[in-house]
Design a protein around this ligand. Structure first.
Ligand SMILES: Nc1ncnc2c1ncn2[C@@H]1O[C@H](COP(=O)(O)OP(=O)(O)O)[C@@H](O)[C@H]1O
Ligand SMILES: Nc1ccn([C@@H]2O[C@H](COP(=O)(O)OP(=O)(O)O)[C@@H](O)[C@H]2O)c(=O)n1
Length: 236
């Protein structure tokens, strides 16, 4: 299938920590598409806000942050060691820092700000200009690429998601509790689904993928079949 001429825009949305980016990266590699982790962009803006004391006990200095948006430059660079794109904030590699619980605890507040969303969505849409892109987030199939060729809405049992994230962070040496992770996952899902600006919602034409009991290999195999079907239809 690699090298086929027809290039798709693939949108992957869904709840926190269910495996969206794992799957998106795998698909992008197999298809030789660009992969864009939009969550990393919201996380980088959040890290900037934390470092500039713009978040105090769940209160965000919105005006100050919005004023600074043009000063926040987010880029991705391929890293040979991790064999994946890593996130840079104003030239500094922040890939590890943006995954820490401190950032996770504030990111949904930052992502609820309309001006932040408009700014990042504009940047994300540029990545899709050439098509051949896999993008994951919360509003990709609904707002960023409403005409995406394939839309997937991922979900899994909240406890299973929390355990996956817990294993990942403890493996990296972060001292966290499963309870704190579960609380964060559930709180973010709630804020993401109930915010006014482009809330997390399944697009009408998205396929639901519950991967609670699927391995990464199994979920990729399933999605590769859906991609093949889409390409066959387009090539007709
Ligand atoms: N199908 C799966 N089964 C078990 N663990 C998974 C599966 N998919 C992903 N993971 C693991 O779950 C964690 C969260 O995955 P990630 O791709 O970061 O999720 P998301 O992008 O939705 O937040 C990672 O540690 C990843 O390795
Ligand atoms: N397109 C996107 C991507 C992320 N986000 C926000 O950014 C947060 C972090 O996204 P993420 O994809 O890194 O989160 P995880 O699913 O990896 O935990 C989410 O909880 C949302 O609040 C968003 O609002 N829209």
């Amino acid at each position: 299938m690699e090298g086929k001429k027809t290039k798709l825009v693939i949108a992957i949305d869904g709840f926190s920590s269910c495996g969206k980016s794992t799957m998106a990266k795998d698909i992008a590699k197999r298809m030789e598409y660009i992969y864009v982790d939009t969550g990393a962009m919201y996380r980088a803006v959040t890290l900037y806000a934390i470092r500039h004391q713009m978040i105090l006990e769940d209160e965000v200095s919105k005006e100050a942050l919005v004023q600074d948006l043009d000063k926040i430059v987010i880029t991705f660079q391929y890293d040979e060691n991790s064999k994946s794109n890593e996130t840079y904030l104003n030239g500094e590699n922040v890939e590890n820092e943006i995954r820490q619980l401190e950032v996770s605890n504030s990111v949904s507040l930052i992502a609820a700000i309309a001006e932040v969303r408009h700014h990042l969505v504009r940047l994300q849409q540029v990545f899709g200009n050439d098509s051949g892109v896999v993008m994951d987030g919360r509003d990709i199939g609904t707002v960023v690429f409403p005409n995406a060729d394939l839309k997937i809405f991922m979900t899994a049992d909240p406890m299973i998601r929390a355990k996956r994230r817990f294993d990942e962070l403890t493996e990296k040496g972060e001292m966290v509790s499963l309870e704190a992770i579960l609380a964060n996952v559930e709180k973010r899902d709630h804020i993401d689904q109930t915010r006014d600006e482009s809330p997390l919602v399944k697009a009408d034409d998205a396929i639901v993928l519950d991967n609670s009991h699927l391995t990464p290999k199994e979920q990729t195999a399933l999605v590769m079949q859906w991609i093949e079907d889409k390409i066959d239809k387009k090539d007709l």
